[in-house]
Write a protein that binds this ligand. Structure first.
Ligand code: NAD
Ligand code: WQD
Length: 349
């Protein structure tokens, strides 16, 4: 298949590109580089042993998208482009609705015009809001507590309406739980600019000495050790889920929401312990008050992905932490060699 991968040079997109390319799909990366760099395409090429096609463009540019769909004879789109920081979305809601919702409308217009009606969309477990029961299956009620989550929910609902309006659309909304980890070569991974919002990149930076201490947001939750429980999933398992979703859509029309999680939850303290084990470094942490908007526990019922896609996550917590650590060390080495650190950081993202 010829696949347009929006957000293709981003953290998750780059791993999806590797998996799809290794399955002999033709992958065209489409990204405006607002949160990634062009050299990621070269690194993907290095891993898969052939050059990876890259188009610099914004998903809000419908005409340009349409041209790309036509030029590369695209059969299906995997749509990951968007903004993803919960806190930032509260401060900049318009940017989030513009990039995520307006961007997706623009993509759908372009796809409709070119009669490309197969779409895998990167949704999030954030659409479940405050969990009402655990583990969370796809029938769990949806809601949103911030503009980022609401943008994902709006998109899912739009896609549902579209599939009802026209039976030719084949759409999968993949609801990711907590993606972590990096490619085994350490050529790809998550290297956030500025202070990481998420736990695992923060732990990695404390292990490497980039940051002094991790704040543990609350140890008084009703969980085994009082800290938050999450369903961490290796980014390569997640990427493989996209390939299987594309395959599923070949014979299945309509709108499908599917969780991608392991079904296994780990606490913040367990994550710290596992990272200390793989890195051999002590992770300094201090317990702080709960972070606003956090829930005690969130983990998936992953049965639907197993039944519909034949997908289950296979990589362990140790794989997740060791690949993150390997990638972090590579970033550190590169940063140390680079005389102009800010440009260097940017180049590695
Ligand atoms: P990322 O920021 O690394 O990747 C997103 C990519 O989209 C970036 O390369 C960015 O440059 C690009 N982009 C942003 N706006 C664009 C636009 N208007 N036009 C073209 N390109 C644009 O983020 P990620 O972690 O790889 O996330 C990918 C997707 O998965 C996002 O949609 C995110 O909401 C979703 N998701 C991520 C997580 C997570 O924890 N990382 C969890 C659930 C869902
Ligand atoms: C995990 C646990 C924190 C940082 C977020 C988004 C969600 C999705 C994935 C996109 C929690 C604790 C964290 C820190 C800590 N993204 N923590 N110290 O909040 O489950 O999910 O990313 O769709 O929408 O909300 O992930 O990694 O931020 O937090 O103690 O410095 O780690 O309280 O228990 P979260 P996270």
């Amino acid at each position: 298949m010829n696949i347009l991968l929006t957000g293709g040079t981003g953290y998750i997109g780059s791993h999806v590109a590797v998996v799809l390319s290794e399955m002999s799909h033709r992958v065209v990366l489409y990204d405006n580089l607002s949160n990634s760099v062009r050299t990621v395409a070269d690194r993907i090429g290095e891993i898969v042993g052939k050059s990876c096609e890259f188009v610099r463009g914004d998903i809000r540019d419908t005409d340009f998208l349409q041209k790309a769909l036509r030029e590369y004879e695209i059969d299906a789109v995997v749509h990951l482009a968007g903004l993803k920081a919960v806190g930032e979305s509260v401060d900049k809601p318009i940017e989030y609705y513009s990039n995520n919702v307006q961007g997706t409308i623009s993509l759908l217009e372009a796809m409709k015009a070119e009669d490309v009606k197969r779409l895998v969309f990167s949704s999030s477990a954030t659409v479940y809001g405050q969990p009402q029961y655990l583990p969370i299956d796809e029938s769990h009620p949806t809601s949103a507590t911030n503009p980022y989550g609401r943008s994902k929910l709006h998109i899912e609902e739009m896609l549902g309406d579209l599939a009802i309006s026209d039976p030719d659309w084949h759409v999968a909304c993949l609801r990711y739980f907590n993606p972590v980890g990096a490619h085994e070569t350490a050529l790809l991974g998550e290297n956030p600019s500025g202070k990481p919002n998420n736990l695992v990149p923060f732990i990695a930076q404390v292990a490497s000495g980039t940051r002094a201490v991790l704040s543990v947001f609350g140890d008084d939750y009703d969980t085994s050790d009082g800290t938050g429980l999450r369903d961490y999933i290796h980014v390569m398992d997640l990427a493989e889920g996209h390939a299987l979703a594309l395959q599923f859509l070949v014979d299945n029309a309509g709108w499908h929401a599917i969780n991608l999680g392991t079904g296994q939850a780990y606490s913040v303290l367990e994550m710290i312990k596992s990272f200390e084990h793989v890195s051999g470094r002590k992770i300094a942490f201090e317990v702080m008050p709960r972070r606003s908007g956090d829930v005690a526990a969130c983990y998936a019922d992953a049965e639907k992905a197993r039944n519909l896609l034949g997908w289950t996550a296979t990589r362990t917590l140790e794989n997740m932490c060791s690949s993150t650590w390997h990638f972090q060390q590579t970033v550190d080495k590169y940063t140390a060699q680079c005389p102009k650190q800010p440009e260097c950081d940017k180049a590695r993202r």
